[in-house]
Structure formats: structure tokens, C-alpha cells
Ligand binder design. Structure first.
Ligand SMILES: [Zn+2]
Length: 256
């Protein structure tokens, strides 16, 4: 299992570096002109990520492993092997879609998820920007699901790697050839789809929730027809980027 985790970390890091390179070589939109804004959001995103890395090692990974070790064993024999892994990934992706919808509709969850949405620009680092409270709540919800459906740890690890790669991709500022992006968007969540989710217009923020496969928004009718365009305002209506200490405290204080 340790070897699988090490390979996962290495593979994910390599793909994220590739996304970073591509968004620098072919950006779709201009990064904020103000140096202060650029460095502050970068500091916030990387700072929040470092806290989450520490928390993953101490809490999230042990909790997930514990849940997988106590999964209910009601799965039929055919639900295993490569076919079982694919089914697990599809089910976990549908579950993460449902959890994301809940993060927008349940006031308590939105308090934490809002920190992710307060990023005023999007690039690969936005995929790392989550409040530790959201990460902890997600880990608890996911662990309950792992126990209920008896997901093997291998399926969860492969899915987590896919989520990191997909999140880096759809938050990125890379410009894809329009035809390729249109074709990809039938199957996967592309930057054009996910940037609309970060548009600072609540109606658009409350759409395009999918993470890996784009079909969930079409299936559950949450896909926005709004087209991403250069210069569109990213973030939360009425909100603005703050320092990391304020961001960490924000969900526990008075709602902004
Ligand atoms: Zn969201």
C-alpha cells in the first residue's frame, strides 16, 4: 500500500507539473496585473495546501484506511477486478458530485467551501486551495460511504489520484484548441466548464458541479449554458481575497 501511495504521489505531481507548464506556455486568460494580487492568492493557495498535506498525513489517510478496512462486505463476486475498479470510480465520482452540490446548498458546508471560491483567478494552484474544515468534513462523508459500499482502498487511492489530476486540469488556465476542448467536454470536465462554476455570479457558481466525468451535470440538469470568456470575473459576488489568517478564521465567524 505504501508503494501504491508513493507512486500515486509521484504520478500526480508529474501530471500537475505538466498542467503548470501548459498553462504558462498557452494561457487562456491574463493573470491579475497587480503583483500584490498575484502573490497574495499564490501564498493563500499554497499555504492552505500545506496545511491540508499535514492534515492528510495525520488524519485523512488513516481515517480512509480505517474505513476501507471496515467496509461492509455485501458486494457480489462480479463487482471486483478491473470492471469493479471502473464501477467504483464512476460511483465515487457521482458521490463527489452530490457532495459538491451539498457544499453549495447547505449553509454550514458553504461557509468552508466559499474559501475555495474566493480565489479571484484560476490556475492549477486553485485546485489545491481548500479550507481544512472542508477537507475534514469531506473525509468524514467519504469514509461513511466507503464503509457503506465496501469500497476497497485501492479503488479509493486510484480515484483520489484521478480527482487531483482532474482538478488541476479543470481549474487550470491552459488554452486548449477549441475543437479538442469541445470533444473532451462530452466526457470530461474541461477548464471551459469549470471556470463557469467559478464565475462571480451565483447562478453560474451553482452549476457545473462535476469533477471528473461531465455527464453528472447533464444527467441531473445542473449544466450551465453560459460560455466562459476572457476577462470574466472569477470569485464570489461581493467577496474579495483576504489574507490566509482571515481565510482560515472566516468559516467560524459571522457569515460575510
Ligand atoms: Zn464549488
Amino acid at each position: 500500500m505504501d508503494v501504491l501511495l508513493q507512486y500515486k504521489a509521484l504520478l500526480v505531481a508529474m501530471v500537475l507539473l505538466l498542467w503548470l507548464l501548459l498553462e504558462r506556455l498557452r494561457p487562456a486568460d491574463h493573470w491579475p496585473e497587480s503583483r500584490h494580487k498575484r502573490y497574495r492568492r499564490l501564498g493563500n493557495n499554497l499555504g492552505l495546501w500545506l496545511i491540508n498535506v499535514g492534515m492528510s498525513v495525520l488524519l485523512v489517510i488513516p481515517l480512509t484506511a480505517l474505513a476501507a478496512g471496515h467496509g461492509l462486505s455485501w458486494r457480489p463476486g462480479w463487482w471486483s477486478g478491473a470492471g469493479g475498479l471502473v464501477l467504483d470510480i464512476v460511483l465515487l465520482d457521482m458521490a463527489i458530485y452530490g457532495w459538491h452540490v451539498a457544499n453549495h446548498r447547505v449553509a454550514l458546508l458553504w461557509r468552508f467551501h466559499r474559501v475555495h471560491h474566493e480565489d479571484e483567478f484560476l490556475d492549477v494552484t486553485s485546485a489545491l486551495r481548500f479550507h481544512f474544515g472542508e477537507v475534514l468534513l469531506s473525509a468524514c462523508a467519504r469514509s461513511a460511504l466507503i464503509v457503506a459500499l465496501g469500497f476497497p482502498l485501492q479503488s479509493v487511492i486510484v480515484f483520489e489520484a484521478l480527482v487531483l489530476v482532474a482538478a488541476g486540469f479543470h481549474h487550470s488556465n491552459m488554452a486548449l484548441p477549441p475543437r479538442l476542448e469541445q470533444w473532451l467536454s462530452w466526457v470530461l470536465v474541461t477548464p471551459a466548464i469549470h471556470w463557469v462554476h467559478h464565475h462571480a455570479v451565483r447562478e453560474h457558481t451553482d452549476s457545473n458541479y462535476a469533477t471528473v466525468f461531465s455527464l453528472w451535470d447533464r444527467l441531473f440538469r445542473t449544466r450551465s449554458s453560459f460560455q466562459r470568456h476572457s476577462g470574466m470575473r472569477i470569485g464570489v459576488a461581493g467577496g474579495q481575497e483576504q489574507g490566509i489568517v482571515r481565510l482560515l478564521w472566516q468559516p467560524f465567524g459571522k457569515p460575510p
